[in-house]
Design a binder for this molecule. Structure first.
Ligand code: APR
Length: 243
């Protein structure tokens, strides 16, 4: 019996599937999560590394920390969880709303990925709208934009708003799906954690994939207490068997 047994029929009937993903789906690619026992925020002070105030106060420290994370991310590979999400596109319309900045969904082959919290692979100017993919070799401190201002990692820091167009697109995607898989996220951070309820309000079936419960587990139609790479390939076969 598949772990997705209780929602199999709804999976097979689904027209639009949306994934809301977090650090947990990349954990098996060797990228640390934020709040698990070995999470980044256990050993680093987010307020000193992931806020605009921290960057203004000590741009070199923040830049160096992101450069370090980026090195690890660029050497990481997508895992079977990412691959299953990409594979599902062969059977049904799939959108990925990810909080991750690692680009692994895209590298696994997913074509509809919305990066809610930006991308560590990109920098943007602190004052004009210049942005660029970061070459592998990085200067030790934040380089200057052609306009003379400092460049920063193109990620959303604590206390910063998501880009308006990204958020409204995410809300409309969540509202328009009939099956949402919430995978590898603690759902601790807003506004991303509002997306499952938005989908549910519009009649979607909600599935949570997480070894641990989250504050929204009781809202889920099914909670699969497994790691992403262990069960997501099984979800693909649920959709395959409908063709
Ligand atoms: N498969 C599925 N879930 C997993 C796995 C796995 N292999 N490993 C860990 N998890 C779960 C953990 O139980 C946890 O609930 O993934 C979740 C990771 O939670 P967080 O570390 O809080 O990461 P995330 O939810 O993505 O954080 C959201 O917070 O710090 C900010 O901007 C940062 O985007 C991040 C946001």
């Amino acid at each position: 019996m598949s772990v997705f047994g209780p929602v199999l029929e709804r999976a097979r009937a689904a027209k639009r599937v949306v994934f809301v993903t977090g650090a947990g789906i990349s954990q098996e690619s060797g990228i640390p999560t934020f709040r698990g026992e070995d999470g980044l925020w256990r050993n680093h002070d987010a307020m000193k590394l992931a806020t605009i105030g921290a960057f203004e106060e000590n741009p070199g420290l923040v830049w160096e920390w992101y450069a370090d994370r980026r090195k690890n991310i660029l050497s990481a590979l997508p895992n079977p969880g990412h691959a299953a999400v990409a594979e599902l596109e062969r059977h049904v319309s799939v959108s990925v709303l990810t909080q991750n900045v690692d680009g692994l969904h895209q590298r696994a082959g997913s074509s509809e990925v919305l990066e809610l919290h930006g991308s560590i692979i990109r920098t943007r100017c602190t004052s004009c709208d210049f942005a660029q993919e970061i070459p592998s070799g990085l200067p030790g401190s934040p380089p200057l934009c052609g306009c003379g201002s400092m460049l920063r990692p193109d990620v959303v820091w604590f206390g910063e708003e998501l880009p308006q167009e990204v958020w409204s697109e995410a809300m409309s995607i969540a509202s328009g799906c009939d099956f949402m898989v919430v995978a590898g996220t603690s759902l601790e951070v807003s506004p991303a954690n509002m997306l499952p309820l938005q989908a549910k309000r519009n009649g979607a079936t909600l599935v949570e994939i997480n070894p641990d419960p989250t504050p929204m587990s009781s809202e889920m139609d099914l909670a699969v207490r497994e790691k992403c790479s262990a069960c997501l390939p099984e979800l693909v076969s649920a959709f395959e068997s409908r063709n």
